[in-house]
Design a protein around this ligand. Sequence first.
Ligand code: ADP
Length: 464
Amino acid sequence: MDYQNKKSQPLKRKIIISFSIVMTIVIITIGYLTNIIFTSEFRKYVDKNNKYKSQNITSSLEKSYMHNRWDKRKLESIGEEALDNGIILSVYDANDNLVWSMYEYSNQSCHNTLNEIADNMNKIYPRWDGEYIEDKTPIYKGNELIGYKESGYYDEIYYMENEINFLKVINNFLLLVGILSVGSITVISVILSKKISKPIAKVSNMTKVIEAGNYKNKLVYSSNIKEVDDLISSINNLADTLGDQENLRKRLTTDIAHELRTPLTSIQGHLEAIIDGIWEPSEERLGSINDEVIRLSSLVNKLRDISSIENTESLSKEEVNLKELIKNIGYNMEINALDKNISISYELEDIVCMVDRGKFSQVIVNILSNAIKYTDKDGKVYVKLYKKDNKVMISIRDTGVGIAKKDLKYIFERFYRTDKSRSRETGGIGVGLTIAKKIVKLHDGDIYVNSEIGTGTEFIISIG
Ligand code: ADP
């Protein structure tokens, strides 16, 4: 089925776009706030500076007044400096007669300066509307009134050329920092998104490989991102598990086919020989056919058992004395053990537990019968029932053939047998442990195995 969302976008693009948008908004906001704060502080500074300059003009005028007269040359230089600061200066004597005026001195420069200020300010602040005003203040030298200073200037804050240039430099610097930040963030987001999206794309491709049934391929890639590396190792483990399951399934099909074919071939051979008149349908021959039919039906019964237990979800639990239950099963099996001179020893505590009597008996039967089946002549089987950490434990240990390490993880799988010829001899088809595990799990318990080839095997059941 195709679960792909048609609207979905590549991760890489999503990361780059989201990252860039967020960072651009952050940078613009920071830039905007910096600009507002800076401009307001700058205005305060310029305002203070203008007042200071105005005071300076007054004190320069005071100093230029000597021997009871105004020095015109000095007034010119004071007036030019005032003009440089956007102030049109006029000086009057104590009788209010005009002594010197910038307008008279250079009308053109006055207009040029005022126009320039208005143009520049309108460019920076379109809503700037400074009005030209003139104020006249007396000038004293000590206590003597020596004249009047008339200053003409714009009543709203205004910047002179050098201040505008300074503002331009600062704004350009902020812009440059902003552009560099956006640029470097875009580059970082591209690198980061590649780092994340590349392994994900690889994992995605790997899942397609797995989907196609190629479980042997492994994804060899390290992203240095823990979650992504975990994902890669999970995918590899998944491929391993699926590969194992696939092998088991193939093995299962051939095994079942083989198990069914062996008795069927034998029956067919016997019957053909009888039909062709080669053999008499004697009691012995018919008995042999019957044995094969019994084998076939026992096989089919086991298949039915496993499918029924695998579909069981509930148990009918009752209080069961496990010591008695195990002992009874042991006695019933003693005959098989005696055949091989195997001794079974018991170390059973008196434990009563809520279990499904029929099903739990089957667990003990399956494991104990395996212990006898896979133990050679004169071997030993030890059965122990005890409590550990409030759990009921049953250990069934034998001194038998043992299980190879490579087989250990599969023995609870359906139809898995380590030694087919031996199992067949002993009537096993590899479902006893699967059934046992399923029943123990239904009792909220677990089943463990320790084994060493040639030394023996121990199955431990824990419930409660
Ligand atoms: P089977 O019906 O073949 O005995 P089981 O599911 O009971 O199937 O066991 C699966 C396989 O595990 C067996 O074929 C055998 O190879 C191995 N096995 C189980 N119990 C023992 C044991 N006590 N000692 C050695 N091998 C065992």
